[in-house]
Write a protein that binds this ligand. Structure first.
Ligand code: GDP
Ligand code: ZN
Length: 333
């Protein structure tokens, strides 16, 4: 039988098959292969007897995230609050870039619209994000405004919500699935303790809407991408960066930079986000370089004789391999 993993708890996998949930264990051979089953995975499972079922195989994934660990997502809805906490465009851009990196369709939801008597925020949001092609929706989970439109964008999709703590993700999920009654917390309580109600990933489903409730995407940093590739995550920057004079242009202060030449066509907040993430990507590159050099120095001293015989070309290859391995280790982390 083929089903989808809705929840994982210690060694048990809860698999949805024809709207019933089956408690499964993982087949021994999969355990030996150190296979990792994620919430959202489609799996093949069999009954051993009428009580226990065993997952035999993980079916190929369309996509997956590692922080949080979920698979086969069809869209990300990024939730921001227009007030309480204040609209945080840098964090919004962070989530947008992250979803783009994983090639997942993204929609933007601005919640707590009941608190905004100020149309400027709405105008600002539309002027920045509509030209980038995003579907934008304003909601109030508290006053049940915009919830029907919100449900419409969720039908037929497996959606992950992301957004800072306190913006109203649990409240929105409750508006969509009232019977679920997820706990919500006061913003002040959250910021004081920095806690989040959700600890595990789990799929909630009703009326052809699937939402993956996750513990969130805390501390999302650009520690997985090379500085030169970062602009590819910004459509409004990459459309100019193709024409820059130098291939390794960082689009900050180089001569012949087409991004800088078109700076007035890019929303200032977007360019600020780019520069901030660039710093993080540069730090990541430095870290790889240092760790690569350390590993290489160790190899040199421990295999000194052999190393001396290797031609320069091979040494470069080996150096690249070490860097790639570290890059891979960091990604797998
Ligand atoms: P989460 O951390 O993103 O899941 O946020 P919660 O759903 O826990 O909401 C945080 C706080 O914001 C709670 O006190 C909610 O009652 C409140 N809240 C959620 N949605 C709205 C809204 O649309 N308007 C207002 N005024 N408050 C909201
Ligand atoms: Zn440039």
């Amino acid at each position: 039988m083929k089903g989808q993993v809705f929840k994982i708890h210690s060694d048990f996998y809860y698999v949805n098959f024809e709207n019933k949930i089956y408690e499964c264990k993982m087949r021994e051979i999969l355990k030996k292969q150190k296979a990792k089953i994620l919430v959202g995975d489609f799996v093949e499972f069999d009954f051993i007897n009428d009580k226990s079922a065993v997952i035999q195989k993980i079916l190929p994934r369309i996509n997956y995230l590692t922080r949080p660990s979920v698979a086969n997502i069809s869209q990300v809805v990024i939730v921001s609050a227009v007030k309480q906490p204040d609209l945080d465009l840098e964090q919004l851009d962070r989530y947008i870039c992250f979803a783009k990196y994983h090639n997942i369709k993204t929609r933007l939801c601005f919640n707590k619209n009941d608190l905004s008597k100020d149309d400027k925020i709405i105008e600002e949001v539309f002027s920045i994000y509509e030209p980038l092609g995003f579907d934008i929706i304003f909601t109030s989970a508290l006053e049940n405004i915009g919830i029907d439109d919100f449900k419409e964008i969720l039908v037929g999709e497996t959606t992950v919500f992301c957004g800072n703590s306190g913006v109203g993700k649990s409240s929105l999920i409750n508006s969509v699935f009232p019977e679920l009654n997820l706990k919500t917390k006061d913003v002040s309580e959250k910021t004081l303790r920095g806690t989040h109600t959700t600890r595990h990933c789990e799929i909630c489903e009703a009326d052809n809407i699937r939402i993956i409730d996750t513990p969130g995407f805390s501390n999302l940093k650009f520690d997985f991408i090379m500085p030169n590739d970062l602009c590819l995550l910004f459509d409004d920057i990459s459309k100019y960066s193709k024409h820059c004079k130098f291939r390794d242009c960082t689009h900050t202060n180089e001569i012949g930079c087409e991004v800088v030449a078109h700076i007035h066509d890019i929303a200032p907040s977007r360019y600020e986000s780019y520069k901030k993430f660039l710093e993080e990507a540069i730090q990541f590159k430095e870290r790889i370089k240092n760790e690569g050099n350390k590993k290489e120095a160790f190899l040199k001293t421990s295999h000194n004789k052999n190393f001396a015989k290797i031609s320069i070309q091979k040494r470069q290859t080996s150096r690249n391999n070490v860097k790639q391995q570290i890059y891979k280790d960091i990604q797998d982390e």
